[in-house]
Design a protein around this ligand. Structure first.
Ligand code: COS
Length: 383
């Protein structure tokens, strides 16, 4: 599944122009208002951005993983809040459905997701269950032809915008671990669902996360993803493996932008009678950042190719997520340092980006979870 290379190249160029001409100029407005303007969301729909990863037979563009990573890298050279509008629909919100949904489920949701008519969210995290995802407590108990959902999901990106929720819940409360968990496709308008107000966050203004509360929510049995109980955790893990590649390209995209800001500043700002970029200690910071960026892009593209070849990419995706998000933190920190006192001021973009990229090391698995996944996979080879 991939888009013809010529069409893809055109798409990439269009996204790059959209970033320069529409998104970067709108960054300050998003920061001020904490909203992505509706006309920009509509332009994203018109460009097909919501359907990047949805198969062409369901109305999407059907990009392969490398192509998706390349587009996301381009898009993320503007404030991350723009990517977040499409992020859950392209990534974790829809991919469980793409990977394991029945044909009826796919036909029911994917065409509307592909056009951006509706968005999707991935409901895994709970107040008591973050890194330890298998301990989740939301229940979905079979009652006649329905399931009844109860529980609370936390920090759910785009829940306020969603028309479809992929919800992980325990269908068998007697089974404590992964195998008692199932996934459901749920319309957020179903009676009993409350989407709480948006959370206040450190950065990424314009992105929306909120609690989703389920109180005796009755969904039909055909809302069970793939029609099979007990598969929800495994599906969530596969979705997260893939999502970690997507997030790696988010990290390399914003890193490239931040480094460009630092480079421009270093070439313009003069001290001691010359541009500070002429000083070797500043050059060292630029060079370290460039090497981090190059390494991150290379490993992400390599892992994306492995995904497209059908390989198990759990370990590589965790390596990419860990490296690129940590690198984004280093690059943003050095960019602030290169800006000196100006780097601490909100009028310069690096102050904002520094806060924005902090999230990358936390969501879709903290750095410590990536380390755990990598080391476990390594140890499997010698067991
Ligand atoms: N793909 C498919 N199956 C997987 C898998 C993967 N990548 N990773 C684990 N599994 C399977 C295991 O094979 C195991 O199967 P069995 O039940 O048949 O034994 C099962 O899932 C449980 O795996 P494991 O024992 O490794 O689970 P743990 O509870 O020890 O933890 C981690 C697994 C920590 C890796 C998982 O909970 C995790 O990724 N946590 C972070 C969650 C996260 O990213 N949250 C962000 C929220 S979404 S923004």
């Amino acid at each position: 599944m991939e888009l013809d290379q010529d069409l893809f190249n055109q798409m990439k160029e269009t996204v790059s122009r959209f970033v320069r001409e529409r998104l970067v100029p709108a960054e300050d407005l998003v920061e001020e208002t904490n909203e992505v303007p509706e006309e920009i969301v509509q332009e994203m729909r018109d460009m097909g951005l919501f359907g990047l990863s949805i198969p062409a037979e369901y109305g999407g563009l059907g990009l392969n993983m490398r192509q998706e990573c390349e587009i996301i890298h381009e898009l993320c050279q503007a404030s991350l809040s723009f990517r977040s509008v499409i992020g859950t629909t392209v990534g974790i919100g829809s991919q469980g459905l793409v990977m394991t949904g029945t044909d009826e489920q796919k036909r029911g949701y994917l065409p509307r997701l592909a056009t951006g008519e509706i968005s999707s969210s991935f409901c895994l995290t709970e107040p008591g269950s973050g890194s330890d995802a298998a301990s989740l407590r939301t229940t979905a108990i079979r009652d006649g032809d329905d399931y009844v959902l109860n529980g609370t999901k936390r920090y759910i990106t785009n829940a306020l915008r969603a028309g479809m929720l992929t919800v992980m819940a325990r269908t068998n409360p007697d089974k404590k671990g992964a195998s008692g968990i199932s996934a459901f496709l749920v319309d957020p308008k179903t009676p009993g669902i409350t989407i709480a107000k948006a959370d206040d966050k450190m950065g990424q203004r314009g992105t929306k996360t909120s609690d989703v509360i389920f109180e005796d929510v009755r969904v039909p049995a055909n809302a069970l993803l793939g029609g099979e109980e007990g598969q929800g955790f495994y599906t969530a893990m596969r979705v997260l493996d893939r999502g970690r590649l997507h997030l790696s390209s988010v990290s390399t995209g914003i890193s490239e932008r931040i480094l460009q800001e630092a480079l421009t500043y270093a070439s313009e700002r003069e001290q001691f009678g010359q541009a500070i970029g002429g000083f070797q200690l500043v050059q060292a910071m630029l060079a370290d950042s460039q090497a981090d960026l190059y390494a991150g892009k290379s490993m992400t593209m390599d892992a994306a190719d492995c995904f497209d070849a059908g390989d198990d990419i759990s370990m590589k995706a965790a390596c990419c997520k860990m490296f690129t998000t940590e690198a984004a933190g280093r690059i943003a920190d050095k960019a602030v340092q290169i800006h000196g006192g100006a780097g601490y001021m909100s009028e310069y973009k690096v102050e904002r980006f520094y806060r924005d990229v902090r999230l990358l090391r936390l969501y879709e698995g903290t750095t410590q979870i990536q380390q755990l996944v990598i080391a476990r996979k390594m140890l499997e080879t010698v067991a």
